[in-house]
Write a protein that binds this ligand. Structure first.
Ligand code: BDR
Ligand code: CA
Length: 314
């Protein structure tokens, strides 16, 4: 089993990613760390606990950053996509258990040191917690197995501005700090996630399973698909951004990657928060990550659908 820490800003597609991970026997979830992003860190923590309860999972939940590294606190800016509660209105009651008291950044470094070269950190929110972990304990850079980050848009348009993707836009300095740190990284950006569409008809079928989990995930995902239809007229569903990062941890052959040097524009006006990849045949600097540039979307989607509701466990 692959040891993972899942760093989330839960969020609807984060919830789908959590369900996919919990139901995947290849993954040993050491903990789920939370960050501001789609919602506040308090809401992300609450949502994560609620989702894990629906999944019957006791994975530890460890709260992290409530604001970007250097900028002021941000109020969740993605209400149209994830709803006021971050779960598209599917949130009903608080979970019975509470989050851990430790900080996410400390948890990351503790686990990486406990299991040297074995831990994969999957980030599907802003990179703030990981940046803090590296700042506090730079030695983890050489001890982590890999970072798989759903973030950025290297070869395609952004989704917040013409160039910026939401997880980078939320804290560009944190992303740039992580990118420069030398930590091994696979970047799962909009380049590939926008090709992984989940159609409404599949989600509607989840209601028919007659399970509370099916109804819960269907309710929120229908909201998410509605938002996608507003944002991208004519689109056939919603993008499985965060689940694809989990998918890459389970089976890296879902994607094609190229080594690349990528930086974040932390100062630009038109290209603020853009992930700028040096795509030239002779780049000035060596690669600092592997960037996903292709995805076997149909094979990944089938795999995700076979797992997300826990069918294989039933
Ligand atoms: C990313 O932004 C968030 O809204 C989603 O949860 C995902 O992590 C996609 O750009
Ligand atoms: Ca997310």
């Amino acid at each position: 089993m692959k040891k993972i820490i899942l760093d989330v800003d839960t969020g609807i597609d984060d919830s789908l990613a959590i369900a996919y991970a919990v139901h995947s026997p290849e993954l040993d979830i050491l903990g789920v760390t939370t960050c501001f992003g789609n919602v506040s860190v308090e809401e992300a923590t609450r949502n994560t606990l609620v989702v894990l309860e629906q999944l019957d999972s006791g994975a530890p939940v460890i709260p992290g950053a409530g604001k970007p590294l250097f900028r002021g606190p941000t109020k969740g800016s993605t209400v149209e996509v994830h709803g006021e509660d971050g779960l598209g209105g599917a949130f009903k009651t608080e979970a019975a258990r509470q989050a851990e008291r430790e900080h996410a950044a400390r948890f990351m470094s503790e686990q990486v040191r406990k299991y040297p070269h074995q831990v994969t950190i999957i980030t599907v929110g802003p990179l703030t917690n990981l940046a803090l972990a590296i700042m506090q304990d730079p030695g983890i850079v050489g001890l982590v197995h890999n970072v798989i980050a759903m973030a950025g848009a290297v070869t395609v348009p952004g989704n917040v501005t013409p160039h910026a993707e939401a997880n980078i836009f939320a804290d560009p300095e944190a992303a740039e700090y992580v990118f420069r740190s030398g930590i091994p990284m696979t970047l799962v950006g909009l380049d590939v996630t926008m090709q992984t569409l989940l159609p409404l008809t599949e989600v509607q079928g989840w209601h028919g399973r007659g399970t509370p989990l099916g109804g819960f995930l269907a309710d929120m995902t229908e909201f998410y698909i509605g938002a996608y239809q507003q944002m991208y007229p004519g689109i056939e569903g919603c993008a499985l951004h965060d689940p694809l990062a989990v998918g890459v941890a389970i089976d890296p052959s879902f994607v094609k990657t190229v080594p690349m040097h990528v930086q974040v524009d932390v100062e630009g006006i038109l290209s603020y928060a853009r992930t700028v990849g040096d795509l030239r045949s002779k780049p000035n600097a060596g690669p600092n990550m592997n960037v996903c540039i292709g995805v076997e979307a149909e094979r990944f989607r089938s795999h995700f659908l076979s797992r997300v509701l826990g069918d294989e466990k039933q």
